[in-house]
Design a protein around this ligand. Sequence first.
Ligand code: NAP
Length: 212
Amino acid sequence: MNVTIIGAGNMGRGIATRLLSGGHSVTLIDQNEAQAAELAKQLQVSAKSGATVGTAPSGSTLKDEVVVLAVYYPVVAAVVEQYGKQFDGKVVVDITNTLNDTFTEPRFDNTSGAEEIAKLLPNSKVVKAFNTTFAGTLISGQVAGQPLDVLIAGDDSAAKALVADLAQAGGLRPVDVGPLRRARQLEAVGFLHITLQGTLGTNWGSAVKFIS
Ligand SMILES: NC(=O)c1ccc[n+]([C@@H]2O[C@H](COP(=O)([O-])OP(=O)(O)OC[C@H]3O[C@@H](n4cnc5c(N)ncnc54)[C@H](OP(=O)(O)O)[C@@H]3O)[C@@H](O)[C@H]2O)c1
């Protein structure tokens, strides 16, 4: 399938790399169209036979069933406003880590970014995923020889299954963690993982993984 990614930055690159390696195609949209074009050019080498990577101008029609919001949380409201009803009926993947404006604490106590985005998009199927995977680790999809876990929360089972299939095709291990309100815990884990980079000395190369 073709997936639209809004935001051609670090996570746009990482998620697109996994999608393309899984044989899926990608359309990149960024407010900086030259940056999206450059990333698309670089990513073509990751594409499994048949998969393509292209770009669309900012504000153009969203054609795909799955749209990944690969932008910072404070930008999401503007993106929602820009595309409006185009998000209706779509699977919208929220990957944000919701830190406060000084990046020192979580932004929310009694809600999550995902739940707040779902309020903005009542006619979309919002799925939380990829917030616990660092962008650099998505390039290979592995840390220490182990596939990354992609922890997925959402209230629509079919939407979660679709995101899980996309992750699995890209060599990742999807884990359904429950309803969208579990995003509160995912965002807390994402925050903790960020704060631990200095302590662990892993330079954004660590992974959150459940092993048995
Ligand atoms: N980096 C990680 O390891 C990581 C891990 C997990 C989750 N996340 C989450 O992933 C999201 C993206 O992070 P990132 O590291 O990929 O950030 P990034 O490298 O800054 O990429 C974001 C991209 O979105 C673009 N953008 C900003 N506003 C836009 C708009 N209105 N329409 C289209 N594109 C727009 C930015 O353009 P400009 O540069 O011009 O602003 C930039 O190219 C964040 O919510 C973050 O919390 C990141």
